[in-house]
Design a protein around this ligand. Structure first.
Ligand code: SF4
Length: 279
């Protein structure tokens, strides 16, 4: 058993805050670049090139990719070979987030009381902890901007709903979002589980590289069909028209109850940020 200290977790999380907010994920960068080569709208092409330029400047000058540095959602996966007994894992994550946001001069975006609102701060963030079979302690940080988080939709569908019903709901969710959440989008979808778990799955789906389709052939087929349908909506880069409305669709499934079919759509803007490290 390898002992992992709260200091190691704190330092890891603050490194991830800086990396995720400053460096655009390689898969997202490549997808924007490929979309720029394909886009037939001149305005859409120019916007995609500007997004690439923005990512280059952010990386070079250590600046946030977007002024909305989001609400950090942190996934901690603890393997069987690590010992965190006596360590306040959630507390260490919260301290690491606060330190990373301070060091990066990132915007304070979190209000402590959602009703009274008040002056925002760096935390607390959302922490999901799970015990897994793989070795080590893996930390993944996903800062979620709220322009797109606000567009999340959950539908408790009947168990008789078929693939077309599910796809129609996802297409309507993107149509409703329109240009509001800084397209091109990456669409995370969670199907199954309970209402809350479908929402968590939809967010976790955004962590999968967007150029990798699901390993289940029927799900991969649905992802491909949705990419084509959504790109025919014509919303385009920044909502100014074009054939690039989405860069990817990632779907995750989980077993569910015989009487229901929860489906959650979690949209990410073009600034899909996440970073991981294994301690
Ligand atoms: S939706 Fe994304 S790109 Fe738009 S302001 Fe929010 S974080 Fe930034």
């Amino acid at each position: 058993m390898r002992k992992i200290s709260s200091q190691a977790i704190r330092e890891c999380v603050s490194r991830l805050v800086l990396e995720a907010n400053v460096r655009l994920r390689g898969d997202v960068r490549r997808a924007i670049s490929a979309a720029a080569a394909r886009e037939t709208s001149a305005r859409g092409r120019r916007i995609l090139q500007e997004l690439l330029e923005n990512a280059k400047v952010a990386r070079h000058d250590n600046l946030a990719l977007c002024q909305d540095t989001g609400l950090p959602v942190v996934f901690v996966e603890i393997g069987p070979d690590v010992d965190v007994s006596g360590v306040n894992v959630t507390g260490a994550v919260q301290e690491g987030v606060a330190r990373g946001y301070r060091e990066g001069f990132f915007r304070d975006s979190i209000v402590a009381d959602p009703l009274r609102r008040g002056k925002p701060g760096f935390g607390p963030c959302i922490v999901h902890t799970s015990f897994v079979r793989s070795k080590g302690l893996k930390v993944t940080l996903l800062p979620k901007g709220f322009g797109c988080e606000n567009k999340t939709q959950l539908k408790m569908m009947p168990p008789t709903a078929d693939a077309k019903d599910i796809e129609d709901f996802i297409v309507e969710a993107v149509k409703d979002t329109g240009p509001d959440a800084c397209p091109p989008y990456i669409v995370g979808v969670g199907i199954g589980g309970s209402s809350d778990y479908a929402c968590q799955l939809a967010k976790e789906a955004l962590l999968r590289p967007i150029d990798k389709r699901s390993r289940a052939p029927h799900v991969a087929r649905m992802e491909k069909e949705l990419i084509q349908r959504l790109n025919r909506l014509g919303i385009g880069p920044m909502g100014l028209g074009g054939k690039t409305t989405v860069l990817g669709v990632n779907i995750l499934l989980y077993p569910t109850h015989i009487a229901g079919l929860p489906v959650c759509v979690n949209i990410s803007c073009h600034v899909l940020r996440s970073a991981s490290e294994i301690l």
